[in-house]
Design a protein around this ligand. Structure first.
Ligand SMILES: [Zn+2]
Length: 284
């Protein structure tokens, strides 16, 4: 089983995770820029974070045979913090980088006017830079969040086929599907979407434009739930080809629209150093 996790925050995960993921068939990941769990105090803090998402973290992933790409954005939560908003002026520089395959995560947290503005501004950046967009849908008031997100997407002029709406569930899947956007589902250990619930949605809505991710981060989450979903699909009678479509070819097609997805030489784990530093203590 080859797996592409289209949404995982590896910066907050350990090397054990990379080892277990590689052993489970995870060959490639996309790490969206997001909130750190505590507020950033300036745009400069984002610059260091973005630099690590396109520098150190892809290097670290490569040591374990996992290909790493990133998406960059001002996340919905921090769009509300005036100290962070100047990062919008930094984004164009990062959106030119080869390792960046979309604008994201953007979208709504609390659906405030500041979020409206940051969301629309960043969709315009996606259009300008010819990149897809990864849209986080709110964990509270989900249906209204998806409705409003779709209105902002429509207004931006970005093609729905270049947008993934993430963190969908049974309540929001139909609305999102009818829009022509890609459908992202985050599989969590004990809340929200689970592998059996995901299998039911695939049975009902088919495998087209479906993306499954672990959204693993610094909270309770599990980077192997993509694999668990693949196993649950097989147990439910889906074919190996169905699993490959959902867990590999779909995310490749979605992020491939950036023209920057590099999946060559996946079988050769990288070695060496990044700017003189290795993953060994002391940089040896
Ligand atoms: Zn996320």
């Amino acid at each position: 089983m080859r797996i592409f996790d289209p949404h995982i925050h590896m910066t907050s995960r350990t090397t054990d995770d990379y080892e277990r993921m590689a052993a489970a068939g995870v060959r490639a990941v996309v790490e969206p820029a997001f909130w750190l769990g505590q507020p950033r105090t300036s745009a400069a803090s984002f610059a260091d974070y973005f630099d690590s998402l396109i520098g150190w973290e892809p290097f670290r992933a490569g040591q374990f045979g996992v290909r790493h790409h990133a998406t960059v954005a001002l996340n919905p939560k921090e769009a509300n913090d005036p100290r962070c908003r100047p990062v919008l002026d930094l984004l164009p520089r990062y959106l030119e980088k080869d390792a960046v395959v979309a604008v994201g995560e953007i979208g709504y947290d609390d659906m405030t006017p500041a979020e409206d503005e940051a969301f629309a501004t960043q969709l315009a950046l996606a259009v300008d830079h010819d990149l897809p967009a990864l849209v986080h849908t709110p964990h509270r008031d989900k249906a209204r969040g998806v409705e409003r997100s779709l209105a902002v997407v429509a207004e931006s002029g970005i093609a729905p086929g270049r947008v993934a709406l993430d963190h969908l569930n049974e309540v929001t899947v139909k609305l999102a599907r009818d829009s022509g956007c890609w459908l992202g589902f985050s599989i969590y250990p004990d809340t929200k979407m689970s592998p059996p619930r995901m299998v039911e949605l695939l049975r009902t809505y088919g495998t087209e434009r479906m993306l499954v991710n672990s959204a693993a981060d610094w909270g309770r989450s599990d980077p192997l739930l993509t694999r668990a979903t693949g196993e649950a699909m097989l147990a439910a009678g889906f074919t190996d080809d169905d699993v490959d479509l959902v867990l590999w070819r779909n995310p490749v097609e979605f992020y491939g629209q950036s023209g920057r997805l590099d999946l060559t030489d996946l079988d050769t784990p990288s070695s060496g150093t990044f700017e003189g530093n290795s993953i060994l203590r002391g940089g040896d």
